[in-house]
Design a protein around this ligand. Structure first.
Ligand SMILES: N[C@@H](CCC(=O)N[C@@H](CS)C(=O)NCC(=O)O)C(=O)O
Length: 73
């Protein structure tokens, strides 16, 4: 039986190395994901970002329908 691929979402900041591991892993695996680039130099975070990581940090990799929390970099 084939399992459906979960929906992936990545919140990341492209200009900082701490997001690169997660970003590169998704890219190299060729996985489809919703890309949410976050400018961490700005104080505001989206409601959606804060729902998956109340600290508003990046990277956050969400695997729906069961959010796994956030990546450690
Ligand atoms: N890897 C740690 C640290 C993440 C972290 O500190 N990310 C920084 C960027 S490298 C960040 O989001 N800074 C923005 C902020 O603190 O508002 C975690 O996943 O909790």
């Amino acid at each position: 039986m084939k399992h459906a691929m979960p929906k992936l979402e990545l919140y990341h900041y492209p200009l900082r190395a701490c997001s690169h591991v997660t970003f590169n892993a998704l890219e190299e695996a060729g996985l489809d994901y919703d890309d949410h680039a976050v400018d961490i130099r700005q104080p505001d975070r989206s409601v959606e970002h804060l729902q998956v990581n109340p600290e508003g940090k990046v990277p956050v990799l969400v695997v729906w329908p069961a959010p796994l929390g956030w990546s450690t970099g």
